[in-house]
Design a protein around this ligand. Structure first.
Ligand code: C5P
Length: 475
């Protein structure tokens, strides 16, 4: 597959600018977003800097604001690279960093005028769907390849970011669009193999109960994060944990056993309040990174992305960057512990939501007001699960709020795929409603967010409800 030429040539000015600075061995300051795509993007760029031998500093931020950019300006780097955010905050960047060269590698909706010292690469400027066809990590990967074709070995990280942003919207939960081109490059380089199966993490390598318990996408209420419950569940279904002396993995099961397991999981999910259709999320394209050790979480594309997501959301992003840079020792061990805590947290939050009748239904949206009961960094993940698992019964978007540790309120919004195609653009709605209450927001059509001042939540939700209803009726 060939990507649009115009998009590919848009990398050249950014690559040229990067080379000018890296050839001088000048300090490159990378800022990226705190999710799997952001960490994979920051990881790709950190590898690039390391390989060309230029000093760099990478940080992972929950958002871009004046204060963060002011701190960056005070560090006086030679070049700033913003990835997985930036396009929505171009004027802010221009104002805060007027004397610095800046490269923005993003896939969020561009907003405002591009300041003179900012070079931006964004698929949306070339008619490419940045929510589904390429993630920020894909943009960073193509940038890395433009600098040096040998950076093809970073292609798995590009796929990890796309999986983290749930871009597996193709047939059988496969990646699509420009992501396919990246897949082809990874396959040709001997780094990737794909097959269609139950998508539990480590389907070839882990004992079945652990594979089910470790999986967070999809998140199965009552089983994800709870290995002992998975053991009891398998026992009840009649799937033996062992074959001879060896623990069985999913790939050891024959077709009949797999069917039995699928059907039992379906019944379990429906009994837990999930929509019957969402059980099909259990089967899909499995991405295996062939050069990674078979027993590690980096072997499976979705598990790798969950690991990076967990590190970022649990405020330990440097572990994730370390792993992207190749650390398979301490960082990997610590990150596995972090993922355990992350899974337990999500399970607890879902119990909190489901047992407490916490979701309010307005005219056009669902509202979840979590206050301090859900971590601001995880409220978006919880919203995705509530929507993706069919726990919410209508097609309305969900808009969640949680208190942020900086005194503002963090907003996360998600919309089901079918509904996003009906002309609703959450990123634009977040921008407008947040702007009206002196906050800031943006994002994709199907997943977006904002930060708003405390006390503005009711007014903000009222505006979002109105805007969604308006876009809906216009579609
Ligand atoms: O934080 P959350 O996961 O809910 O964010 C959803 C999407 O919205 C992310 O891609 C994020 O980058 C984007 N976003 C944004 N501006 C904000 C908050 C979130 O563009 N102020």
């Amino acid at each position: 597959m060939e990507p649009p030429k115009e998009f590919l040539s848009s990398f050249k000015p950014a690559a040229d600018l990067f080379k000018i600075h890296s050839d001088q061995g000048a300090v490159i300051r990378i800022l990226t977003h705190n999710d799997a795509d952001g960490v994979a993007s920051g990881g790709i760029l950190s590898n690039v800097c390391k390989r060309v031998g230029t000093p760099f500093k990478t940080t992972v931020e929950k958002r871009l604001d004046e204060q963060i950019l002011k701190g960056v300006a005070e560090e006086k780097p030679s070049l700033v690279v913003l990835t997985d955010f930036g396009s929505g905050y171009l004027e802010l960047v221009g104002k805060a960093l007027p004397d610095l060269d800046v490269i923005v590698l993003d896939h969020h909706m561009p907003m405002g005028n591009q300041p003179t010292r900012v070079v931006q690469v964004n698929p949306l400027l070339h008619g490419i769907d940045g929510s589904r066809d390429i993630a920020a990590s894909g943009v960073c990967y193509l940038f890395a390849k433009q600098l040096d074709p040998r950076n093809v070995d970073l292609s798995p990280l590009a796929l990890v970011g796309a999986l983290g942003d749930q871009q597996d919207k193709g047939e059988k939960k496969s990646l699509k669009g420009i992501n396919i081109l990246i897949e082809e490059e990874a396959t040709a380089a001997g780094l990737l193999s794909k097959d269609v199966d139950l998508i539990f993490y480590g389907h070839e390598t882990r004992p079945i109960a652990r594979a089910i318990a470790n999986t967070t996408t999809p998140f199965i209420p009552g089983l994800s994060g709870r290995e002992d419950s998975c053991v009891a569940f398998l026992d009840h279904v009649g799937i033996p944990l062992k074959t001879g002396d060896r623990m069985q993995s999913l790939s050891d099961l024959d077709e009949e056993e797999k069917r039995k397991l699928f059907s039992a999981l379906s019944s379990h999910m429906v009994a837990e309040g999930c929509d019957a259709k969402t059980v099909h999320n259990l089967i899909g394209t499995v991405y295996t990174f062939k050069k990674e050790e078979a027993t590690t979480p980096m072997r499976d594309g979705r598990e790798y992305s969950s690991l990076l997501n967990a590190c970022a959301r649990m405020r330990r992003p440097s572990l994730g960057i370390g792993i992207c840079l190749g650390d398979r020792g301490e960082a990997m061990k610590d990150s596995e512990q972090t993922v355990d805590e992350y899974r337990r947290k999500i399970g607890g939050y879902l119990d909190w939501v489901r047992t407490g009748d916490r979701i309010k239904e307005l005219n056009a949206i669902y509202v979840l007001s979590a206050g301090t009961d859900i971590d601001e960094n995880i409220v978006g993940v919880v919203s995705s699960i509530l929507l993706g698992q069919g726990i919410l019964k209508s097609t309305k978007p969900i808009v969640s709020a949680a208190n942020s540790d900086d005194g503002t309120v963090k907003i996360s919004s998600r919309i089901a795929e079918g509904t996003a195609y009906m002309g609703i653009h959450l990123g634009k709605i977040m921008q407008e409603a947040a702007g009206a209450v002196k906050g800031a927001g943006g994002g994709h059509d199907n997943a977006a967010g904002a930060f708003i001042p405390p006390g503005a939540e009711d007014e903000f939700m009222r505006r979002v409800d109105e805007l969604v209803a308006k876009q809906w009726s216009g579609s």
